[in-house]
Design a protein around this ligand. Sequence first.
Ligand SMILES: NC(=O)CC[C@H](N)C(=O)O
Length: 381
Amino acid sequence: MSILASQSAKRAILVLADGTVFRGTAIGAEGSAVGEVVFNTAMTGYQEILTDPSYTEQIVTLTYPHIGNTGTNSEDQESDQVWAKGLIIRDLAMKASNFRSEETLSGYLQRHNVVGIADIDTRRLTRILRENGAQNGCIMVGELDENKAQELAQKFPGLKGMDLAKEVCCENPYEWSGGSWQLGEGHTKPEQSQYHVVAYDYGCKHNILRLLADRNCKITVVPAQTSAEDVLALNPDGIFLSNGPGDPEPCDYAITAIKTLLDKDIPIFGICLGHQLLAIASGAQSMKMKFGHHGANHPVQDLKTKRVMITSQNHGFAVDEKQLPDNLEVTHVSLFDGTLQGIRRKDKPAFSFQGHPEASPGPHDASELFDHFIELMQAKA
Ligand SMILES: NC(=O)CC[C@H](N)C(=O)O
């Protein structure tokens, strides 16, 4: 191949639905990707972000400018595949240098057939998304056609109304054997298992299951559409509702099951999509946010203790704090914009958190929420 041909094979564009065009360099697979473009402000954790199933149908731009310097490895996966539709960055590190690195970011994206684009003015892009709201976009690699890319971005239906939890979850129930956070991959403490947690997989991140394993839980993971009756047949001490992609409102199967499970007074803990579903099952409503929360430095206040936690966040929908039923108490709020971050049922052993107490990436300030879940199971036992 001539130098010119190989150079042109490397060119890529990002076109937003509003027609804004960014020209850059391809760093991943060939082809094109269409999705909702969101910005994440975390300075680390690109591999965890890419493999978080909550990013299904989304293209992620990272505001941190220098990405790829620690490469990728098999331990930092938050699921078995890359779910983000595409990656947009400012600058790809020329060298991956870390004792845990097994593969470069570029090689990793290509192997997972995910489109990526570098050399983009991600500050300008982020300003557009902040000012006008998250918007659909298209990354195109190879044959570049700006009009076609804009048309594809405009045709993308958007995440409002998209029921994705049932698309990304496991096919069959399984027992978690992926290890614990403290002890590492492949290690669990089954002999010490005290509580049987049934975890609804709506697109669950592995670190949630690792943190439950750390706390002596035996975990059975079940698909998103598992009925409440099938979950009850497993005789759980507690029920976990996972994070996941898309809009919570159309997930009627989950909302119906959670309503039934709430009636049984079994401890329930929800994270992110699981939080939104618990709220809706309790009578609340969700709404689409302007550009959402995606980052690892969001201050959230615990209203009871007044303590401020720095948290990891990844959501584009939120529970509407203006339309809460009487059975819900607000436990946490975002100090960035005052939106609702945590709730507790006043009449049931059930609570949930909008951010990501499991981090990966991010700080572990909110990990005590896992301990609270254990306390609820203890109290019930
Ligand atoms: N991380 C999540 O669970 C995200 C929940 C939901 N898909 C949202 O964007 O708000």
